[in-house]
Design a protein around this ligand. Structure first.
Ligand SMILES: Cc1cc2nc3c(=O)[nH]c(=O)nc-3n(C[C@H](O)[C@H](O)[C@H](O)COP(=O)(O)OP(=O)(O)OC[C@H]3O[C@@H](n4cnc5c(N)ncnc54)[C@H](O)[C@@H]3O)c2cc1C
Length: 263
């Protein structure tokens, strides 16, 4: 079930020059949101930009009835969003997405995130930790300036590895390489990932090779967010007779079994 609400902006933090954390008063969404779901946000009352912008849920506080999301200013829509002030209301549809992260109990899991794809992984890690799973987190960023949420992820991880492509912070190289080293040494029950497409392709391949179940969250460009426009199609890796070859990120995802989609 998704709702359309006007949510008052309660928290506004600028984490980086182009990255903002917003917290909104949205008890009805907080009550039902699941890790991996997203919001469709109307950034302006005017006709332009017309389409809502999809942004993942970063953190849910059920007690206080708040929902937090983090976004990078990319174009017109997110620029307008970043100008909203505390106390103003934001028109939100959510929580959206039928494919959500499986929250496993008492398992050893790995979470792989890259860049802005790390944001939906916090709510996931928090929920896994609450279910007594051992949470090993690997986050990759371009460079030191791009590293975000290190302290926050530390709080919900048993082990946190930060990597940077240029070696300016943490372990030099890609986060997936660190995860692979651990996979070679020890058994990991499940992998979760969200990040740039090349990273998701690589983790999909690795999880198949190592035979470890894996869920990936796809942040494909989408328009309506409701399964109407079919703009966010991804090809399924296998289809039954008379079945569509495509799945839709907004309706069937954004989280998929890595084996199920061809990326
Ligand atoms: C399910 C889902 C969850 C998302 N969660 C988050 C999140 O938590 N935080 C966050 O910062 N962003 C997230 N995104 C991406 C975010 O929706 C876009 O960055 C945003 O819609 C851009 O709007 P804009 O008007 O600012 O830019 P536009 O003017 O629409 O686009 C500006 C530039 O960004 C590119 N772009 C737009 N959307 C995407 C996309 N989905 N993937 C790659 N490039 C894109 C465009 O091609 C263009 O080059 C998510 C996307 C999806 C589909």
């Amino acid at each position: 079930m998704s709702l359309n609400i006007k949510a008052k902006l309660l928290i506004k933090e600028q984490l980086k020059p182009d990255i903002f954390k917003f917290g909104v008063d949205a008890r009805k969404i907080a009550d039902i949101a699941k890790p991996g779901q997203f919001l469709e946000i109307r950034v302006s009352d005017s006709i332009v930009p017309f389409l809502r912008r999809p942004i993942s849920i970063y953190n849910v506080d059920r007690q206080n009835g708040t929902v937090e999301f983090i976004f990078q200013v990319k174009g017109e829509g997110t620029k307008i969003l970043s100008k909203i002030d505390i106390g103003q209301e934001i028109d939100i549809v959510g929580p959206l997405g039928n494919g959500t992260f499986d929250i496993l109990e008492n398992k050893k899991v790995a979470i792989l995130g890259g860049g802005i794809g790390t944001f939906p992984l916090y709510e996931l890690a928090k929920n896994l930790k609450n279910k007594s799973s051992e949470v090993n987190i690997y986050l990759g960023f371009r460079n030191k300036d791009a590293v975000v949420l290190e302290q926050e992820f530390k709080m919900v991880a048993n082990n946190l590895t930060i990597t940077t492509d240029d070696g300016s912070y943490g372990v030099p190289g890609f986060a997936i390489n660190e995860l692979k080293k651990d996979l070679d040494k020890e058994k990991i029950d499940f992998i979760y990932a969200c990040g740039p497409l090349p990273m998701l392709k690589a983790i999909r391949q690795l999880s198949i090779e190592k035979n470890v179940p894996c869920q990936i969250s796809l942040e494909e460009r989408m328009a309506c967010g409701l399964g109407v426009c079919l703009g966010c199609a991804v090809r399924k890796s296998e289809t039954k007779k008379d079945e569509s070859q495509y799945a839709y990120v907004c309706k069937n995802g954004p989280v998929f079994d890595a084996k199920y989609v061809e990326i």
